[in-house]
Design a protein around this ligand. Structure first.
Ligand SMILES: [Zn+2]
Length: 56
């Protein structure tokens, strides 16, 4: 039993509530490559490996 938080890939996280564990890296898989998009002036970062989504 660990305290590591489960990442739910079906939801979009917000960096204000879920700061990066390692800055610029995916919290789920530690990947540093993202697909970024801007929608309604919101910057969305999607991991290229595990598709975890976070608004930053
Ligand atoms: Zn990832």
């Amino acid at each position: 039993m660990g305290t590591k938080q489960e990442i739910d890939l079906s939801i979009t996280y917000n960096i204000r509530e879920y700061p990066d564990i390692k800055s610029g890296r995916c919290d789920n898989c530690d990947n540093a490559q993202f697909k970024s998009s801007i929608k309604n002036a919101v910057f969305l970062r999607k991991c290229r490996n595990c598709v975890m989504k976070k608004i930053i």
